[in-house]
Design a binder for this molecule. Structure first.
Ligand code: PHE
Length: 342
């Protein structure tokens, strides 16, 4: 049996043939398995010797299988390397007209442009801030003191301490609310698109992602202004004039009252605007008086609202993009599919 198996193994040209030999010998109805099963019928005085012999045989066959597998594995790898060989010295192929040769706008950049245009029409300017933030801008000034439970939700990336302070990668675009209110006198109307960071990674979370913040500070601003602004924006952005929008009371340390905003969609088909289900899309609220005061703005004279949302999220919903990860992989096929012409 050993000699025959060895001959069969030598003839096995690939891993699949190798597996067929393995099954024929060691499988449930394999030849060696049958011999082992037959042990019970061998006279008791011979059984011990025969059992030991069969076990040795089994060991030898397994060793032969392993040895052949190593050879075939290596051959399979060589074949793959040869088949996928790339000549990196070749000149690039000419691009087909209308594709990558002309470049395209990445969907994140496109959404940022759309946000800038839509809010621009409502009188908003664009503000920016640094990705590396002080703890005070990212948390303290936003009414999130040390040890506040909200800090735990943020999976913060802390940077090495310098001058007794520990900077962070901003966990949201809200610190730019603070920077804007400190440097600009009200009335204020800005959106803040930008990169944000949280130590979180799976199919729907990336350690780096994008948010857009909105901030309005003026006299006599009410919840009504917040609702009107966001309903108009959401309907315009998704291009659905009767998109259902729901305001749900919530909590953020830097707004009071706070509201999460849901839009109508169908959980079953993923279609927006109908279906009777709700999808959370952004956080918002009236700027907390303490936050205004932290920035030197008198809350008795000025009021405002703020909101924040994930750019990847609204982009995925608008264009039916199922997975977050390809946003950052620069895969030319994905880009050709989702990027828009300039
Ligand atoms: N910064 C909040 C977040 O990242 C969103 C938010 C912004 C909520 C502004 C209210 C007002 O979850």
């Amino acid at each position: 049996l050993l000699a025959r198996t060895e001959a069969e193994l030598a003839a096995a040209a690939d891993l699949r043939a190798l597996d067929a030999v393995r099954v024929a010998v060691l499988g449930k109805s394999g030849s060696l398995t049958a011999l082992l099963k037959g042990l019970g019928t061998v006279p008791a005085e011979q059984r011990k010797d025969r059992g030991a012999a069969l076990n040795r045989l089994k060991g030898a066959i397994e060793a032969a299988l392993d040895a052949r597998r190593v050879v075939l594995d290596a051959a399979a790898l060589d074949a793959r390397l040869a088949a996928e060989r790339m000549d990196v010295t070749l000149p690039p192929r000419p691009f087909a007209a209308g594709t990558a040769a002309e470049g395209g706008i990445h969907p994140i950049a496109r959404t940022m442009e759309e946000l800038t245009a839509l809010f621009g029409a409502m009188g908003f300017a664009v503000a920016e801030g640094p990705d590396i933030e002080s703890d005070w801008h990212n948390f303290g000034a936003l009414n999130i003191p040390d040890h506040h439970p909200a800090r735990q939700d943020h999976d913060t990336f802390y940077l090495p301490e310098a001058n007794g302070r520990r900077p962070v990668l901003r966990t949201h675009t809200s610190p730019v609310q603070i920077r804007t209110m400190i440097t600009q006198a009200p009335p204020i109307r800005v959106i803040v698109p930008g990169r944000t960071y949280r130590a979180d990674h799976d199919a729907t979370h990336s350690p780096m992602f994008h948010q857009v913040e909105g901030l309005v500070i003026d006299r006599g601003i009410t919840l009504g202004h917040l609702k009107g602004c966001l309903v108009d924006f959401l309907r315009a952005f998704f291009g659905i004039s009767d998109l259902p929008v729901r305001f749900r009371s919530s909590y953020f340390p830097f707004t009071e009252p706070s509201m999460e905003v849901d839009i109508g969609w169908s959980r079953k088909t993923g279609e927006l605007g109908q279906g009777g289900d709700w999808l959370e899309i952004l956080g918002s609220g009236m700027v907390h008086p303490k936050v205004l005061a932290n920035c030197g703005i008198d809350p008795r004279e000025w009021q405002g609202f703020a909101f924040g949302m994930g750019i990847e999220r609204i982009t995925m919903l608008k264009h039916g993009i199922p997975d977050l990860r390809p946003f950052y992989e620069a895969d030319i096929r994905w880009l050709r599919h989702y990027a828009s012409s300039p």
